[in-house]
Design a protein around this ligand. Structure first.
Ligand code: PGA
Length: 245
């Protein structure tokens, strides 16, 4: 699974240009790979027209309920525009908008299997240096304890200090954390789900293969490098060459 997180970037012109560059570079051989684009919601309809069938659209954040929730995009609206996944609990939502674990839990447990949740977890640099990475992640995952998860429930391991910084943990460290996340989710969810775990944080076409070569890395959540259609296509091609030979 490869997800492009455009964050609050883009324009109608950028979206058109993005797909031209993407399709020029994308190698169509492995269509079973889940490719998702999470643009700002206002561009979803345009992207639905520009994309091809094996590319999915999704949200960067979601509100499970419709109604009196000013400014929020509800799950029903997402479904209406054929979105099938949503990023939830991104560290920018946690930091800039003060989203708590409890609010993130409300989103995940109220989606009722309608939308695939991609839950972001990860430690700050300070927590990493203090050796608290697993403890922080365990705490962030506790929100799904005793819940039956969507079959495609996915976790993105995104160390906060790696996002947009050009720094990443070593591939082997990422692999170890991914294994830990799979074990924790399996042990606390009622359906014993072993989720796919994506890595996110400064992934580019230059370092992607080192991550995809790891057994427990099931894909990537890509921010900055996903804004160029050609580079994102290259990362998808590298993934297909490594995982879906
Ligand atoms: P980045 O962002 O690839 O620019 O580091 C990843 C993310 O925030 O999901």
């Amino acid at each position: 699974m490869l997800i492009a997180n455009w964050k609050s970037n883009g324009s109608k012109a950028m979206a058109k240009n993005w797909f031209n560059k993407f399709f020029e570079k994308y190698n169509f051989k492995n269509e079973e790979t889940f490719i998702g684009i999470a643009p700002p919601f206002v561009y979803i309809e345009q992207i639905n027209i520009l994309k091809k069938s094996n590319i999915n659209t999704g949200l960067q954040d979601i509100e499970p309920f419709s109604g009196a929730r000013t400014g929020a995009i509800s799950a029903d609206m997402a479904l209406d525009l054929e979105c099938c996944f949503s990023i939830i609990g991104h560290s920018e939502r946690r930091e800039l908008y003060k989203e708590s674990n409890n609010q993130i839990k409300e989103k995940i447990i109220n989606l009722d299997n309608k939308i695939i949740p991609i839950l972001c977890v990860g430690e700050t640099e300070k927590e990493n240096i203090a050796g608290k990475t697993k403890q922080v992640i365990q705490n962030q995952l506790e929100i799904i304890k005793d819940y039956e998860l969507h079959d495609l429930f996915t976790v993105a391991y995104e160390p906060v200090w790696a996002i947009g910084s050009g720094k990443t943990p070593h591939a082997e460290e990422i692999n170890e954390i991914h294994k830990f996340i799979k074990d924790v989710v399996q042990s606390i969810s009622t359906n014993d789900l072993v989720p796919d775990v994506l890595y996110g944080g400064s992934v580019t076409h230059k370092n992607a293969s080192s991550f995809f070569n790891q057994d427990f890395v099931d894909g990537a959540l890509i921010g900055g490098a996903s804004l160029d259609g050609s580079i994102f296509a290259e990362i998808v091609n590298i993934y297909n060459g490594t995982k879906n030979k």
